[in-house]
Design a protein around this ligand. Structure first.
Ligand SMILES: Nc1nc2c(ncn2[C@@H]2O[C@H](COP(=O)(O)OP(=O)(O)O)[C@@H](O)[C@H]2O)c(=O)[nH]1
Ligand SMILES: Nc1ncnc2c1ncn2[C@@H]1O[C@H](COP(=O)(O)OP(=O)(O)O)[C@@H](O)[C@H]1O
Length: 219
């Protein structure tokens, strides 16, 4: 009986939490933002981006509250100390973190929550209750990654080198069995996007069906 109620409480929690979240990881410059922006645009109302906090400076065209919550190190540390973060990490001399509120905001809308996080974030989320689908986006080679990062024109030589060093380490770690559910090579963008959609097809369908049935219920 106790087992049964425990099982039911798991089910209730799973239903209340909404669709299964998605973690997109992979080296800086692999194409995570490009792919996820497209996913969000093409599936309006299905996906919601978990807006992280960071201490790095905004890039041109980045919007506070949409791309990131841009904060000072003091503000971020205070919020971490107050237990407001699901995970956080130091990357290339800046802090990054997923607040509990960022994920809850998306889940409250019954959308698939997408987290764009680094490898330390992946390892910490593994210890949490979130249970997402783990996807790693890889470039076809280190040389292509460097070319793309340089082409993006967002980095100084110093931050570019830090990203490339982290990339080499992270791509090795991501081959660890069981760490990622899927690794997608982003060589041709169309092909990578189509592979990403295939992996998420089932969850997309579930969200669309649940939205349709709640529309019918309310009419
Ligand atoms: N752990 C963790 N990593 C994050 C978070 N937000 C972003 N990142 C990662 O931080 C790294 C740097 O991100 P960013 O400065 O936007 O550079 P970009 O990846 O080169 O566009 C990337 O690997 C992101 O996936 C977060 O909330 N938590
Ligand atoms: N398949 C691809 N082919 C060529 N360029 C790409 C491809 N995917 C992404 N890019 C470019 O590479 C750069 C890095 O992509 P971005 O999405 O910013 O990576 P990330 O978010 O993983 O750091 C951007 O300038 C983007 O336009």
């Amino acid at each position: 009986m106790r087992d049964c109620s425990r099982f039911l409480s798991h089910v209730v929690r799973a239903v209340m939490a909404g669709p299964q979240p998605v973690v997109l990881s992979g080296p800086s410059g692999a194409g995570k933002s490009t792919l996820l922006k497209r996913l969000l645009q093409d599936h309006e109302g299905v996906f919601g981006f978990s807006v992280s906090h960071t201490t790095r400076k905004p890039r041109p065209r980045e919007v506070n509250g949409k791309d990131y919550h841009f904060v000072t190190r003091e503000e971020m540390q205070k919020a971490i100390d107050a237990g407001e973060f699901l995970e956080y990490a130091e990357f290339s001399e800046n802090m990054y973190g997923t607040s509990k509120a960022a994920v809850q905001t998306v889940q409250a809308k019954n959308q698939i929550c997408i987290l764009d996080i680094d490898m330390q974030g992946v390892k910490n989320i593994k210890k949490s209750e979130l249970k997402p689908i783990y996807i790693s986006i890889h470039p076809p080679s280190a040389a292509v990654l460097e070319k793309r990062l340089r082409g993006r024109k967002t980095e100084t030589e110093d931050s570019l080198q830090k990203r490339l060093n982290a990339a080499i380490k992270d791509m090795e770690i991501s081959k660890e069995p069981g760490l990622f559910d899927v690794i997608i090579i982003n060589d041709d963008l169309e092909e990578a996007y189509s592979n990403l959609k295939k992996v998420l097809q089932e969850e997309i369908l579930k969200v669309k069906q649940s939205k349709n049935s709640s529309l019918k219920d309310s009419s």
